[in-house]
Structure formats: C-alpha cells, structure tokens
Design a protein around this ligand. Structure first.
Ligand SMILES: [Zn+2]
Ligand SMILES: [Zn+2]
Length: 451
C-alpha cells in the first residue's frame, strides 16, 4: 500500500511538473537545468498537447461547433515538425550572440536561485517578445516570416504550433539587451516556457478568464490578434502578458457582435507547409523590384506590409480591406486518401523521433539529409491535400527513396530502429502508387489518342 502511494505521488508530481511546465507555473529549479534539458521541456509537452487537443475537439463537438479540419490540422502540425527540425539543424546557434554579449558585457551577476531574477526574466522575456512580435507585423521582411503563424483560417491548438523556421534568426536581436543582466540559462528557459504558454491561447473553447483578462494574454485577446477584420489588424501582440498592449496602445477588445474571420487578409490557398513557410518572401522581392529609387526600395523592405509610396509607414486605413465573411479554402478528398495521408504523417513523426534520438551521434550531412527528406515529404503530403495533379508520381518517388535509403543506410546496423519497422508500410505504399501511376499514364495516353 505504502509502495503504491509513493508510486502514485511520484507519478502525480511528475504529471503536475509537466503541466506546470506547459502552463508557465513551473518552479525555479528549471532555471538551473542544462540547455539540453531545457529543450526537453518542449519534447515532454507533446504528450500533453495531444491530450489537450483531444479535449478541445471533444468540447467543440459537444457544443455542436466545427471541429478540427484534417487538412488544416495536419498542415499546422507539420509547421510544428518543421520548427523542431530547425532546432536540430541550427542547434541553438542563433543564441550565440546572446551568450557572447552576456560573457563580455554583463552589467550585473544575478543569483539564479533568487525569486527576483525569476520575476525579472519573466517580465524581460515577455517585454522583448512584445516588441519582436510587433516588429514582425510592422516590418515587411519580418512579416514575410511571421505570416506563417497567421496562415490558417482556423483557430485551434495546432495553430499555436505554426511558426516560421527563420523567425528566430531575424528576431534574436530583440532579446540581446536582456543579455546584459539575465544569464543565458534563465533566458532560454523563459523563452521556451513563454513559447509553450502561447500554444494554449489558440482556442475557441475558452470564452473569458474574468479579471485575468486585464493582465494575461488569453484566448479571447489572442483571437483578436488572428483576425483579419479591420479592427483586429495589428492588435494584441502580447505573449504571456497583455499589459504591454494596454501600455503601448495596441490593445483591442473582442467585438461580441462581429464574428472574427481568421487567417491572412489575402489568404493563400495551400496546405503545403514548406510553401507556406517561404512564399511570402517572393512578395517582398516583387514589391522591392516594383519600387522606383533606393529610398522606396528600402522602404518596401522595412516599412509595413500595407505601405505604399506617399502613405504612412503602416499603410493608410482606407486602403485596407475589412473582411467580415469569406469561404474557407478546402479540398474534399476521398476518405481513403485522408486515412493514407494521416498514416504517412504519423510515419513522418516517427522518422523525426528517430532523428531527434540519434542526431547528436550523426554527421551534420546525415542530419541535413534526414531533415530534407522530412521537408520533401511534407511538401508532397501538402500537395496531395491540395489535390494537385500528378502528385502520385512524387509520392511514389518519395516512398521508393525511403525504402532504398533504409535498405542501404547503416540504420539497420544499429539494431531494429522504428524506421526499419516502417519499411513494409512504405513498400506497400510504393506498390500501390506504381499501379496508380500506370493508371494515370494509361489515361493520359488514351486522351492523346482521342485528340
Ligand atoms: Zn502575429
Ligand atoms: Zn497566435
């Protein structure tokens, strides 16, 4: 009995600790962890994310509201996977400047175990995040990266995982002033927890949090941030706290009498996550090319996305669209394709898990090869959700490459990894797509003959 109680209290304490980590109320011991352990917080949070996702959809179903759309949900989760892949490739290199500044220019050594260091780090990280986020909306080249986060026409927990793989590289500079006082371990921990806190505010099932709405960024405030109705644009940038928006004049209350339309003002009809990560950069280049004179060319990069020559930095209000209703981009596919794509997305997550386990023992080139394969796979899955023509040929190629890679690589020499267990599934998929490709080619030949 005693043993059971000890076990239970151990499990409860572990669950409590993990939920605290996910909801930003964890204890200060975290600040004393190694950076590798800190990044594990994100890994551990995945399990709880899935549980909360199931709960969110159950509540939506019970309330009779639309639940997650498969194509949009998988696209959001794919962005999460892309961000995690970026973490493995870059290995936190973007934080080098922070560490360098702290080592050479630190003004005061704060004790890691003091509550004041903790409070200062919470406020400091969130204050810097506010300005980073605001800049991401007000500077065209930064918006080209951040728009990924706004690319869904839905508003649910997976949308909280839509992040740009490049944003950290553009945005790290906003945190550098903190390096003068906050130690890197504290900074990285709070940046992680701040990131995790922001996931849960992406939900429609929580209407209001009462008096907490004054201080915290909540689902209600963040819904406004994701709207493309005119009153929602460039509002509510806060990460953990909403007080920064109240102080700096960017706060907007949710309108009860106007339904929020989520997504980009000019929605990009695609479920291809890699395309969504990159496409907007082309818009910036096009705008830059279209401008006359170097002043306007530079302004096309650093002024707001709506800026035009002769207009205010963030564009003129009368030129902006006020979207009150629109049809969501969707593509109806047969059930079997949806099941197929779901299974292959799960297979991709397994491939990523294998990579995350072994990447520290792999060469950078091998890691890059794995990540490229994951990105290509996500592109093909996205194209299939978009019902693009001839995608079956790309899918066949992708499945065959996987089968050959596993056969040739030394993964099999390291014992039966979960990747080798996926091989039969990819062989079956390859056979299916060979038949499908022949069918498509046969139809094409018939068409040509008729003409
Ligand atoms: Zn934003
Ligand atoms: Zn958001």
């Amino acid at each position: 009995m005693d043993q059971n109680e000890t076990l239970n209290s151990g499990v409860i304490a572990d669950v409590k600790r993990r939920i605290e980590q996910m909801f930003y109320t964890g204890n200060r011991e975290i600040g004393d962890q190694e950076p590798e352990q800190q990044s594990d917080i994100s890994q551990q949070a995945w399990l709880y994310f899935v549980a909360f996702l199931a709960l969110e959809n159950l509540i939506l179903r019970l309330e009779g509201k639309p639940t997650i759309r498969l194509n949009d949900g998988v696209t959001s989760l794919s962005h999460g996977l892309i961000t995690e892949c970026g973490r493995l490739v870059f290995r936190g290199a973007e934080n080098w400047v922070y560490i360098y500044v702290h080592e050479h220019f630190c003004l005061v050594e704060l004790p890691w175990d003091s509550a004041w260091t903790w409070y200062l780090a919470v406020l400091g990280v969130d204050f810097c995040y506010y300005w980073l986020h605001r800049a991401c909306h007000e500077v065209h080249i930064l918006w080209a990266q951040h728009q990924v986060h706004h690319s869904s026409e839905e508003y649910n927990l997976p949308v909280g995982l839509r992040h740009s793989i490049l944003q950290n590289w553009c945005g790290f500079i906003f945190y550098v002033p903190l390096a003068l006082v906050i130690p890197p371990a504290q900074f990285l921990t709070h940046q992680h927890i701040n990131f995790l806190y922001q996931i849960w505010v992406h939900t429609r099932v929580v209407s209001t949090l009462g008096p907490l709405e004054w201080i915290l960024n909540t689902p209600r405030h963040h819904r406004v941030h994701h709207g493309c109705n005119l009153y929602c644009l460039d509002k509510n940038y806060g990460g953990f706290l909403i007080i920064w928006d109240r102080i700096f004049g960017t706060f907007a209350e949710e309108h009860k009498d106007e339904a929020i339309i989520y997504g980009l003002v000019h929605n990009q009809p695609s479920f291809n996550p890699v395309f969504l990560q990159l496409f907007y950069n082309v818009n910036v280049i096009k705008k830059w090319k279209a401008m006359n004179g170097w002043q306007d060319k530079l302004a096309a990069i650093w002024k707001g996305p709506s800026w035009l020559p002769g207009k205010p930095r963030l564009g003129a209000t009368e030129d902006k669209l006020d979207i009150r209703s629109r049809e969501k981009y969707d593509m109806k596919l047969p059930v079997w394709i949806n099941i197929y794509l779901c299974l292959h997305f799960v297979a991709l997550v397994i491939v990523y898990q294998e990579l995350a386990l072994k990447y520290s023992d792999m060469t950078p080139l091998a890691v890059l090869g794995f990540v490229t394969y994951i990105l290509v796979s996500q592109t093909v899955i996205g194209m299939m959700f978009d019902n693009r023509p001839h995608t079956c040929i790309f899918e066949l190629t992708r499945c065959v490459i996987f089968v050959f890679y596993v056969h040739k690589s030394d993964l099999t020499l390291q014992g039966r990894s979960s990747i080798t267990l996926l091989q039969p599934f990819f062989i079956l998929s390859s056979c299916f797509w060979i038949l499908q490709t022949f069918r498509v080619l046969h139809t094409e030949v018939k068409k040509i003959k008729k003409e």
